[in-house]
Design a binder for this molecule. Structure first.
Ligand code: S3P
Length: 433
Protein backbone atom coordinates (compact mmCIF):
# COMPACT_ATOMS: atom_id res chain seq x y z
CA UNK A 1 0.00 0.00 0.00
CA UNK A 2 1.36 3.43 -1.00
CA UNK A 3 0.46 6.56 0.90
CA UNK A 4 1.10 10.25 0.42
CA UNK A 5 2.06 12.57 3.27
CA UNK A 6 1.53 16.26 2.53
CA UNK A 7 3.43 19.04 4.32
CA UNK A 8 1.75 19.58 7.71
CA UNK A 9 0.91 23.02 9.12
CA UNK A 10 1.59 22.20 12.74
CA UNK A 11 1.02 19.23 15.03
CA UNK A 12 -0.71 19.55 18.36
CA UNK A 13 -2.14 17.31 21.05
CA UNK A 14 -1.41 14.26 23.06
CA UNK A 15 -0.80 10.63 22.08
CA UNK A 16 0.20 7.47 23.97
CA UNK A 17 2.71 5.70 21.69
CA UNK A 18 2.23 1.93 21.28
CA UNK A 19 3.60 -0.57 23.78
CA UNK A 20 7.27 -1.47 23.71
CA UNK A 21 8.07 -4.18 21.17
CA UNK A 22 11.29 -5.41 22.81
CA UNK A 23 9.67 -5.73 26.23
CA UNK A 24 6.51 -7.37 24.83
CA UNK A 25 8.57 -10.07 23.06
CA UNK A 26 10.53 -10.79 26.24
CA UNK A 27 7.43 -10.86 28.45
CA UNK A 28 5.73 -13.40 26.17
CA UNK A 29 8.79 -15.65 25.98
CA UNK A 30 9.46 -15.54 29.72
CA UNK A 31 5.74 -16.13 30.28
CA UNK A 32 6.03 -19.29 28.19
CA UNK A 33 9.02 -20.42 30.30
CA UNK A 34 7.14 -19.91 33.58
CA UNK A 35 5.17 -22.62 35.34
CA UNK A 36 2.85 -20.08 37.01
CA UNK A 37 0.59 -17.76 34.99
CA UNK A 38 2.11 -14.42 33.98
CA UNK A 39 -0.15 -11.39 33.50
CA UNK A 40 0.95 -8.87 30.90
CA UNK A 41 -0.68 -5.47 30.67
CA UNK A 42 -0.30 -3.26 27.61
CA UNK A 43 1.20 -6.03 25.43
CA UNK A 44 1.98 -4.63 21.97
CA UNK A 45 -0.65 -5.47 19.39
CA UNK A 46 1.38 -5.55 16.19
CA UNK A 47 2.51 -8.08 13.60
CA UNK A 48 5.89 -8.81 15.24
CA UNK A 49 4.54 -9.45 18.70
CA UNK A 50 1.61 -11.50 17.34
CA UNK A 51 4.26 -13.78 15.82
CA UNK A 52 5.68 -14.25 19.32
CA UNK A 53 2.29 -15.19 20.80
CA UNK A 54 1.78 -17.70 17.99
CA UNK A 55 5.26 -19.11 18.56
CA UNK A 56 4.81 -19.59 22.30
CA UNK A 57 1.39 -21.17 21.69
CA UNK A 58 2.99 -23.63 19.26
CA UNK A 59 5.46 -24.46 22.05
CA UNK A 60 2.67 -25.37 24.45
CA UNK A 61 1.91 -22.12 26.28
CA UNK A 62 -1.73 -21.05 26.67
CA UNK A 63 -2.39 -17.43 25.80
CA UNK A 64 -5.61 -15.88 27.10
CA UNK A 65 -6.82 -12.35 26.62
CA UNK A 66 -9.02 -10.82 29.34
CA UNK A 67 -10.07 -7.19 29.11
CA UNK A 68 -6.99 -6.12 27.19
CA UNK A 69 -4.70 -7.98 29.60
CA UNK A 70 -2.84 -11.11 28.49
CA UNK A 71 -2.41 -14.12 30.70
CA UNK A 72 0.24 -16.60 29.60
CA UNK A 73 0.21 -20.05 31.15
CA UNK A 74 3.63 -21.39 30.33
CA UNK A 75 5.04 -24.88 30.10
CA UNK A 76 7.87 -24.35 32.59
CA UNK A 77 11.51 -23.72 31.80
CA UNK A 78 12.42 -27.24 30.65
CA UNK A 79 9.09 -28.37 29.20
CA UNK A 80 8.60 -26.61 25.85
CA UNK A 81 6.52 -28.81 23.57
CA UNK A 82 7.89 -29.90 20.20
CA UNK A 83 5.59 -28.20 17.67
CA UNK A 84 3.98 -30.01 14.72
CA UNK A 85 5.86 -27.97 12.13
CA UNK A 86 8.26 -25.02 11.74
CA UNK A 87 7.71 -21.97 13.95
CA UNK A 88 6.96 -18.94 11.78
CA UNK A 89 8.66 -15.87 13.25
CA UNK A 90 7.27 -13.65 10.46
CA UNK A 91 9.39 -10.46 10.32
CA UNK A 92 10.48 -10.60 13.98
CA UNK A 93 14.27 -10.65 14.34
CA UNK A 94 14.04 -10.49 18.12
CA UNK A 95 11.92 -13.65 18.20
CA UNK A 96 14.30 -15.41 15.82
CA UNK A 97 17.35 -14.50 17.90
CA UNK A 98 16.00 -14.92 21.46
CA UNK A 99 13.90 -18.06 21.23
CA UNK A 100 16.82 -20.42 20.40
CA UNK A 101 18.34 -19.55 23.79
CA UNK A 102 15.38 -21.26 25.45
CA UNK A 103 14.87 -24.05 22.92
CA UNK A 104 18.52 -25.13 22.88
CA UNK A 105 18.06 -26.76 26.31
CA UNK A 106 14.85 -28.72 25.56
CA UNK A 107 16.50 -32.12 25.54
CA UNK A 108 15.16 -34.71 23.12
CA UNK A 109 13.05 -32.21 21.15
CA UNK A 110 13.68 -30.51 17.80
CA UNK A 111 12.47 -27.08 16.64
CA UNK A 112 12.74 -25.24 13.33
CA UNK A 113 12.42 -21.46 13.09
CA UNK A 114 11.66 -19.75 9.80
CA UNK A 115 10.19 -16.45 8.67
CA UNK A 116 9.56 -14.01 5.82
CA UNK A 117 11.99 -13.02 3.04
CA UNK A 118 13.56 -10.27 5.14
CA UNK A 119 14.12 -12.65 8.08
CA UNK A 120 15.75 -15.17 5.74
CA UNK A 121 18.38 -12.55 4.85
CA UNK A 122 19.29 -11.76 8.47
CA UNK A 123 22.21 -13.58 10.13
CA UNK A 124 21.53 -16.11 12.91
CA UNK A 125 25.13 -17.32 13.25
CA UNK A 126 25.56 -14.51 15.78
CA UNK A 127 23.39 -16.55 18.20
CA UNK A 128 24.30 -20.01 16.88
CA UNK A 129 28.03 -19.55 17.59
CA UNK A 130 27.74 -18.59 21.29
CA UNK A 131 25.03 -21.19 21.89
CA UNK A 132 27.24 -23.90 20.39
CA UNK A 133 29.95 -22.96 22.90
CA UNK A 134 27.36 -23.81 25.55
CA UNK A 135 26.83 -27.23 23.99
CA UNK A 136 23.82 -26.42 21.79
CA UNK A 137 23.07 -28.21 18.56
CA UNK A 138 21.94 -25.79 15.83
CA UNK A 139 21.89 -25.94 12.08
CA UNK A 140 21.30 -22.90 9.86
CA UNK A 141 20.90 -22.62 6.10
CA UNK A 142 24.34 -21.88 4.60
CA UNK A 143 25.58 -21.86 8.19
CA UNK A 144 24.03 -18.47 8.96
CA UNK A 145 20.44 -17.97 7.84
CA UNK A 146 16.91 -19.19 8.68
CA UNK A 147 15.49 -21.79 8.56
CA UNK A 148 17.31 -22.56 11.79
CA UNK A 149 16.94 -26.00 13.38
CA UNK A 150 17.60 -26.40 17.10
CA UNK A 151 17.96 -29.84 18.72
CA UNK A 152 17.66 -29.67 22.50
CA UNK A 153 20.82 -30.60 24.42
CA UNK A 154 22.29 -30.33 27.90
CA UNK A 155 23.86 -26.85 28.16
CA UNK A 156 26.90 -25.79 30.15
CA UNK A 157 27.72 -22.35 31.50
CA UNK A 158 30.57 -20.50 29.77
CA UNK A 159 32.20 -17.06 29.72
CA UNK A 160 31.42 -15.40 26.41
CA UNK A 161 32.92 -12.34 24.75
CA UNK A 162 30.61 -10.99 22.05
CA UNK A 163 32.04 -9.12 19.08
CA UNK A 164 28.92 -6.97 18.59
CA UNK A 165 27.00 -4.98 21.19
CA UNK A 166 23.66 -6.67 20.54
CA UNK A 167 20.81 -6.98 23.02
CA UNK A 168 19.41 -9.82 20.96
CA UNK A 169 22.56 -11.93 21.20
CA UNK A 170 23.09 -11.09 24.87
CA UNK A 171 19.45 -11.95 25.65
CA UNK A 172 19.65 -15.24 23.79
CA UNK A 173 22.69 -16.24 25.86
CA UNK A 174 20.94 -15.13 29.07
CA UNK A 175 17.93 -17.30 28.21
CA UNK A 176 20.29 -20.25 27.70
CA UNK A 177 22.03 -19.41 30.98
CA UNK A 178 18.78 -20.14 32.84
CA UNK A 179 19.18 -23.86 32.22
CA UNK A 180 22.97 -24.20 31.79
CA UNK A 181 25.16 -25.80 34.46
CA UNK A 182 26.67 -23.04 36.61
CA UNK A 183 27.00 -19.30 36.08
CA UNK A 184 27.21 -17.88 32.56
CA UNK A 185 28.88 -14.55 31.85
CA UNK A 186 28.47 -12.50 28.72
CA UNK A 187 30.60 -9.47 27.88
CA UNK A 188 29.65 -6.98 25.18
CA UNK A 189 32.00 -4.50 23.48
CA UNK A 190 29.59 -1.76 24.63
CA UNK A 191 26.31 -1.36 26.45
CA UNK A 192 23.07 -2.42 24.73
CA UNK A 193 19.45 -2.29 25.92
CA UNK A 194 18.99 -4.16 29.20
CA UNK A 195 15.29 -5.14 29.23
CA UNK A 196 16.11 -8.84 29.56
CA UNK A 197 18.35 -8.30 32.58
CA UNK A 198 15.70 -6.17 34.31
CA UNK A 199 12.95 -8.71 33.67
CA UNK A 200 15.11 -11.65 34.79
CA UNK A 201 16.01 -9.82 37.99
CA UNK A 202 12.28 -9.40 38.66
CA UNK A 203 11.75 -13.07 37.87
CA UNK A 204 14.03 -14.14 40.71
CA UNK A 205 17.11 -14.99 38.61
CA UNK A 206 20.54 -14.39 40.14
CA UNK A 207 21.78 -11.83 37.65
CA UNK A 208 24.45 -9.17 38.03
CA UNK A 209 26.08 -6.56 35.88
CA UNK A 210 29.63 -5.22 36.17
CA UNK A 211 30.54 -2.75 33.44
CA UNK A 212 29.79 -4.44 30.13
CA UNK A 213 29.65 -7.94 31.67
CA UNK A 214 26.44 -9.61 32.79
CA UNK A 215 26.45 -12.87 34.74
CA UNK A 216 23.41 -15.10 35.24
CA UNK A 217 22.88 -18.24 37.31
CA UNK A 218 20.69 -21.15 36.34
CA UNK A 219 17.32 -21.52 38.06
CA UNK A 220 14.71 -24.21 38.69
CA UNK A 221 11.90 -21.97 37.59
CA UNK A 222 10.97 -18.47 36.48
CA UNK A 223 8.92 -16.46 38.99
CA UNK A 224 7.50 -13.62 37.00
CA UNK A 225 4.03 -12.67 38.18
CA UNK A 226 3.26 -9.73 35.96
CA UNK A 227 4.74 -7.35 33.45
CA UNK A 228 3.42 -3.90 32.66
CA UNK A 229 4.76 -2.85 29.26
CA UNK A 230 5.66 0.84 28.87
CA UNK A 231 5.27 2.86 25.66
CA UNK A 232 7.91 2.15 23.03
CA UNK A 233 10.70 4.74 22.95
CA UNK A 234 11.53 3.74 19.36
CA UNK A 235 7.96 4.26 18.14
CA UNK A 236 7.71 7.49 20.14
CA UNK A 237 10.88 8.66 18.36
CA UNK A 238 8.95 9.12 15.09
CA UNK A 239 6.52 11.46 16.85
CA UNK A 240 9.39 13.26 18.57
CA UNK A 241 10.94 13.85 15.14
CA UNK A 242 7.60 15.07 13.77
CA UNK A 243 7.17 17.50 16.68
CA UNK A 244 10.71 18.84 16.38
CA UNK A 245 10.60 19.22 12.58
CA UNK A 246 7.12 20.54 11.73
CA UNK A 247 7.03 24.30 12.43
CA UNK A 248 4.65 25.41 15.18
CA UNK A 249 4.27 21.91 16.68
CA UNK A 250 3.80 21.07 20.36
CA UNK A 251 3.16 17.43 21.32
CA UNK A 252 2.69 15.51 24.53
CA UNK A 253 3.65 11.83 24.32
CA UNK A 254 2.45 9.94 27.36
CA UNK A 255 3.78 6.84 29.13
CA UNK A 256 7.00 6.45 27.11
CA UNK A 257 9.60 3.96 28.39
CA UNK A 258 12.69 5.97 29.34
CA UNK A 259 15.10 3.20 30.42
CA UNK A 260 18.47 4.91 29.88
CA UNK A 261 19.66 2.10 27.61
CA UNK A 262 16.86 2.96 25.17
CA UNK A 263 16.86 6.74 24.99
CA UNK A 264 20.10 7.44 23.15
CA UNK A 265 17.98 9.13 20.47
CA UNK A 266 16.57 11.65 22.95
CA UNK A 267 20.10 12.48 24.08
CA UNK A 268 21.11 13.03 20.43
CA UNK A 269 18.03 15.20 19.70
CA UNK A 270 18.73 17.33 22.74
CA UNK A 271 22.33 17.74 21.63
CA UNK A 272 20.98 18.93 18.28
CA UNK A 273 19.06 21.53 20.32
CA UNK A 274 15.72 19.82 19.75
CA UNK A 275 13.16 20.61 22.46
CA UNK A 276 12.14 17.42 24.29
CA UNK A 277 11.26 17.71 27.98
CA UNK A 278 10.77 14.63 30.15
CA UNK A 279 12.07 12.74 33.11
CA UNK A 280 14.50 10.41 31.35
CA UNK A 281 16.27 7.81 33.50
CA UNK A 282 19.86 8.70 34.35
CA UNK A 283 22.67 6.31 33.42
CA UNK A 284 23.39 4.01 36.32
CA UNK A 285 25.78 1.15 37.08
CA UNK A 286 23.25 -0.62 39.30
CA UNK A 287 20.87 -3.01 37.56
CA UNK A 288 17.24 -1.98 38.04
CA UNK A 289 14.31 -4.42 38.04
CA UNK A 290 11.81 -1.94 36.63
CA UNK A 291 11.13 0.01 33.45
CA UNK A 292 10.63 3.75 34.13
CA UNK A 293 8.20 5.81 32.06
CA UNK A 294 7.75 9.51 31.46
CA UNK A 295 5.62 11.86 29.43
CA UNK A 296 7.59 13.70 26.75
CA UNK A 297 6.82 17.29 25.85
CA UNK A 298 8.10 18.06 22.35
CA UNK A 299 8.23 21.39 20.51
CA UNK A 300 9.48 22.58 17.16
CA UNK A 301 12.76 24.46 17.08
CA UNK A 302 15.89 25.05 15.01
CA UNK A 303 18.40 22.16 15.00
CA UNK A 304 22.18 21.96 14.87
CA UNK A 305 24.12 19.10 13.30
CA UNK A 306 25.93 16.63 15.54
CA UNK A 307 28.36 13.73 15.53
CA UNK A 308 27.09 10.41 16.82
CA UNK A 309 29.98 8.33 18.12
CA UNK A 310 30.23 4.52 17.84
CA UNK A 311 29.70 4.10 21.62
CA UNK A 312 26.28 5.79 21.39
CA UNK A 313 25.12 3.65 18.48
CA UNK A 314 23.69 0.56 20.28
CA UNK A 315 21.61 2.81 22.54
CA UNK A 316 19.98 4.55 19.55
CA UNK A 317 20.30 1.83 16.92
CA UNK A 318 16.70 1.74 15.67
CA UNK A 319 16.40 5.53 15.67
CA UNK A 320 19.50 6.32 13.56
CA UNK A 321 17.46 6.66 10.33
CA UNK A 322 15.59 9.46 12.15
CA UNK A 323 18.91 11.10 13.04
CA UNK A 324 19.59 11.20 9.29
CA UNK A 325 16.21 12.85 8.73
CA UNK A 326 16.82 15.45 11.46
CA UNK A 327 20.25 16.10 9.94
CA UNK A 328 18.57 17.25 6.69
CA UNK A 329 16.90 20.07 8.63
CA UNK A 330 19.84 20.95 10.91
CA UNK A 331 22.47 23.62 10.48
CA UNK A 332 25.80 22.03 9.46
CA UNK A 333 26.79 18.38 9.27
CA UNK A 334 25.39 15.34 11.05
CA UNK A 335 27.69 12.33 11.08
CA UNK A 336 26.97 8.78 12.27
CA UNK A 337 29.76 6.17 12.41
CA UNK A 338 30.23 2.73 13.92
CA UNK A 339 26.72 1.76 12.83
CA UNK A 340 27.49 -1.11 10.42
CA UNK A 341 24.82 -3.13 12.26
CA UNK A 342 22.25 -1.02 10.39
CA UNK A 343 23.13 -3.04 7.30
CA UNK A 344 21.64 -6.23 8.80
CA UNK A 345 18.35 -4.88 10.13
CA UNK A 346 14.92 -5.53 8.55
CA UNK A 347 16.60 -4.02 5.46
CA UNK A 348 20.02 -2.46 4.83
CA UNK A 349 19.06 0.72 6.64
CA UNK A 350 22.19 2.65 5.59
CA UNK A 351 21.37 2.11 1.91
CA UNK A 352 17.62 2.56 2.47
CA UNK A 353 17.80 5.83 4.35
CA UNK A 354 20.61 7.35 2.25
CA UNK A 355 19.03 6.51 -1.13
CA UNK A 356 15.57 7.31 0.21
CA UNK A 357 16.39 10.73 1.64
CA UNK A 358 18.59 11.66 -1.30
CA UNK A 359 15.58 11.03 -3.54
CA UNK A 360 13.70 13.61 -1.46
CA UNK A 361 16.41 16.24 -1.98
CA UNK A 362 18.83 15.50 0.90
CA UNK A 363 22.58 16.03 0.73
CA UNK A 364 23.57 12.69 2.25
CA UNK A 365 26.37 10.20 1.65
CA UNK A 366 26.65 6.63 2.86
CA UNK A 367 29.83 5.43 4.52
CA UNK A 368 30.62 1.80 5.27
CA UNK A 369 29.39 2.15 8.84
CA UNK A 370 27.03 5.12 8.79
CA UNK A 371 26.31 8.32 6.89
CA UNK A 372 27.12 12.00 6.59
CA UNK A 373 24.27 14.49 6.09
CA UNK A 374 24.73 18.14 5.26
CA UNK A 375 21.77 20.21 6.36
CA UNK A 376 20.32 21.99 3.35
CA UNK A 377 17.36 23.76 4.90
CA UNK A 378 14.95 20.82 4.79
CA UNK A 379 13.61 18.47 2.13
CA UNK A 380 11.88 19.06 -1.16
CA UNK A 381 9.85 15.83 -1.18
CA UNK A 382 9.19 13.08 -3.73
CA UNK A 383 8.86 9.32 -3.42
CA UNK A 384 10.55 6.95 -0.96
CA UNK A 385 10.53 3.17 -0.93
CA UNK A 386 10.12 1.55 2.50
CA UNK A 387 11.76 -1.64 1.13
CA UNK A 388 9.22 -3.46 3.32
CA UNK A 389 10.93 -2.04 6.44
CA UNK A 390 8.57 -0.58 9.06
CA UNK A 391 11.01 2.02 10.30
CA UNK A 392 11.90 3.29 6.83
CA UNK A 393 8.18 3.59 6.00
CA UNK A 394 7.65 5.78 9.07
CA UNK A 395 10.76 7.88 8.33
CA UNK A 396 9.25 8.54 4.89
CA UNK A 397 5.95 9.63 6.42
CA UNK A 398 7.58 12.10 8.84
CA UNK A 399 9.80 13.38 6.02
CA UNK A 400 6.62 14.09 4.06
CA UNK A 401 4.99 16.09 6.89
CA UNK A 402 8.15 18.21 7.25
CA UNK A 403 8.89 18.56 3.51
CA UNK A 404 8.04 21.40 1.13
CA UNK A 405 6.15 19.32 -1.45
CA UNK A 406 5.05 16.12 0.30
CA UNK A 407 6.24 12.49 0.12
CA UNK A 408 4.72 9.37 -1.34
CA UNK A 409 5.75 6.30 0.70
CA UNK A 410 5.83 3.01 -1.21
CA UNK A 411 4.87 0.15 1.10
CA UNK A 412 3.44 2.14 4.02
CA UNK A 413 1.71 -1.01 5.33
CA UNK A 414 5.11 -2.18 6.69
CA UNK A 415 4.47 0.15 9.68
CA UNK A 416 2.08 -2.48 11.08
CA UNK A 417 5.10 -4.56 12.14
CA UNK A 418 5.64 -2.30 15.17
CA UNK A 419 3.13 0.60 15.02
CA UNK A 420 -0.22 -0.32 13.45
CA UNK A 421 -1.90 2.94 14.59
CA UNK A 422 0.87 5.17 13.24
CA UNK A 423 -1.20 6.88 10.55
CA UNK A 424 -4.20 7.28 12.89
CA UNK A 425 -1.98 8.83 15.56
CA UNK A 426 -0.57 11.33 13.07
CA UNK A 427 -4.12 12.21 12.03
CA UNK A 428 -5.11 12.67 15.70
CA UNK A 429 -2.20 15.11 16.08
CA UNK A 430 -3.56 17.17 13.21
CA UNK A 431 -1.12 16.10 10.49
CA UNK A 432 -4.02 16.46 8.04
CA UNK A 433 -7.75 17.00 8.35
C1 S3P B 1 16.39 -5.50 19.88
C2 S3P B 1 17.72 -5.22 19.78
C3 S3P B 1 18.30 -4.50 18.63
C4 S3P B 1 17.25 -3.72 17.88
C5 S3P B 1 16.02 -4.54 17.61
C6 S3P B 1 15.40 -5.02 18.90
C7 S3P B 1 15.91 -6.26 21.06
O1 S3P B 1 18.89 -5.44 17.75
O2 S3P B 1 17.77 -3.24 16.66
O3 S3P B 1 15.06 -3.77 16.90
O4 S3P B 1 14.69 -6.29 21.31
O5 S3P B 1 16.75 -6.85 21.73
P1 S3P B 1 20.40 -5.96 17.95
O6 S3P B 1 20.48 -6.74 19.19
O7 S3P B 1 20.68 -6.80 16.73
O8 S3P B 1 21.24 -4.72 17.98
Amino acid sequence: MNMRFEPARDLHGSVAPPADKSISHRAAMLGAMSSEPVRITNYLEAADTRSTLEAVSALGALVEENDGELVIRGTGLREAREPDGPIDVGNAGTLLRLLPGWLAAQQGRTFTLDGDDSIRRRPVDRVALPLREMGANLEAREGRFAPLTVRGEHLRAVDLDLDVASAQVKSCVLFAALTADGTTTVTEPGRSRDHTERMLLRAGVGIERRGDTVSAENVDEIQLESVSVPGDASSAAFLVAAGVLVPGSRLLLSGVGVNWTRVGFLRIVRRMRGIVLGDVEQESEALSDSEPTSDLDVAHGALEGTTVHPGEVPLAIDELPLVALLGCFAEGQTVVSGAQELRVKESDRIAGVVDGLRGLGAEIEATEDGFVVTGSGGLRGGTIDSRGDHRLAMVGAIAGLASREGVEVIGMDAAAVSYPRFVEDLRALGAWS
